[in-house]
Design a protein around this ligand. Structure first.
Ligand SMILES: NC(=O)c1ccc[n+]([C@@H]2O[C@H](COP(=O)([O-])OP(=O)(O)OC[C@H]3O[C@@H](n4cnc5c(N)ncnc54)[C@H](O)[C@@H]3O)[C@@H](O)[C@H]2O)c1
Length: 349
């Protein structure tokens, strides 16, 4: 196939935060999409606009069960797995099964269809790292029996299976280690830093900071991440990864909270709570491999990405409800401008 060829692509976890943006993008590029999701943490609302599209098909299915797809299949993006701690810890056995059995079922499908398969792995494979920043060569520091292990060890095992299918059967694999990603369509209640703080700030509630807030994270805007995933999928066959995809700019949790307070004009206060078990203190990707092999690095400034995310949550939280101030919103990648008027308190588009 040529570079401009149109593929038939399976996206698992396609109704989730990252998966739904990926589906939007791939359909827009002219590919035929099959989106598989069991709606554990994803929402049909995320893919509603695609539902009647002639090149889009949704299958409600749990990837822990084998998946039969009729006809050809060129590419698989395996994103199925709850990504935020409250969701993956809600049913830890389902999480580890999704990681491991899901990887097995999709690798078997890739093998059968001679399809290229990309695994959405995670920075959590590094655990609470002793090396900083984390290069792909660092083997990690993970507690195999802690409350996060269903996810961390599940993802590690999935990586192992990807490389074993590659060595044993020659399945063309790509393993992306994704670091914290944020943007529109994150769930309001998913316990992730950006969505938590944004929703709390907009509602005038205290922003909950676990620990003293000096622990750091690096935040990558979803569009930047999608660029990296696509470049990795399109890369030469000898490029298997693992490849870190994330923003190397490190911020403390406290600084993120302050930025969100400023950008939402919120008067919420900061409220400190005890640090959860196994919470990593520092997390920052070394992205030399992505830069060299893919020519990729994040482009979106944190301030801009936060603003687009805040705008999304403003729409989500206040649509159709009375609001007490005037807000102008421009959705990223869209011509839609929204004014929330002080007088009527209703939204006009
Ligand atoms: N968002 C991040 O910061 C981040 C960081 C590292 C890795 N990742 C990985 O990227 C992928 C997508 O993350 P996200 O943030 O969009 O999370 P998400 O929870 O929004 O999306 C995951 C999707 O997978 C679906 N799913 C879960 N279990 C399933 C199963 N057994 N069968 C079928 N579908 C299932 C969910 O319903 C959901 O739609 C995940 O694999 C996650 O581990 C995300």
């Amino acid at each position: 196939m040529t570079e401009t060829a149109k593929f038939r692509i399976l996206v698992t976890g396609g109704a989730g935060f990252i998966g739904s943006h990926l589906c939007d993008r791939l359909v827009q590029k002219g590919h035929r999409l099959i989106c598989v999701d069991n709606l554990y943490s994803g929402k049909l609302g995320n893919i509603r606009a695609l539902m009647n599209h002639p090149r889009f098909e949704f299958i409600e299915h749990d990837v822990t069960e084998p998946l039969a797809i009729k006809g050809s299949l060129h590419r698989i993006y395996n994103l199925a797995c709850p990504a935020s701690p409250p969701h993956y810890q809600r049913d830890p056995i389902a999480t580890i099964k999704t990681c491991v059995l899901g990887a097995h079922n999709l690798l078997a499908l890739a093998h059968e269809k001679h399809a290229r398969i990309l695994q959405a792995s995670t920075s959590e494979v590094y655990g609470d790292p002793k090396v900083h920043p984390q290069p792909e060569t660092y083997v990690g520091h993970v507690n195999s029996i802690g409350p996060r292990a269903c996810y961390d060890e599940g993802k590690r095992c999935a990586e192992t299976m990807f490389f074993d299918y590659h060595r044993r059967y020659g399945v063309p694999i790509k393993v992306a280690r994704i670091f914290n990603t944020y943007g529109p369509r994150m769930l309001e209640n998913d316990g992730r830093v950006v969505s938590n703080f944004t929703v709390q700030a907009l509602k005038g509630e205290p922003l909950t900071i676990y620990g003293d807030g000096t622990q750091t994270r690096s935040f990558c805007y979803v569009d930047d991440l999608l660029n990296g995933l696509e470049l990795l999928m399109d890369s030469d066959s000898e490029v298997t990864g693992p490849c870190n995809l994330g923003n190397p700019k490190e911020e403390s949790i406290k600084e993120i909270a302050r930025m969100i307070l400023r950008q939402t004009n919120s008067r919420s206060r900061l409220e400190h709570r005890p640090l959860p078990q196994d919470d990593p203190k520092r997390r920052r990707p070394a992205i030399d491999r992505a830069r060299t092999l893919l020519g990729w690095s994040p482009r979106v400034a944190l301030k801009d990405g936060l603003q687009w995310t805040i705008d999304y949550f403003v729409l989500k939280l206040f649509t159709g409800r009375p609001v007490s101030r005037r807000i102008q919103v421009t959705l990223p990648g869209s011509a839609v401008r929204v004014a929330l008027g002080a007088r009527s308190g209703r939204m006009s588009m």
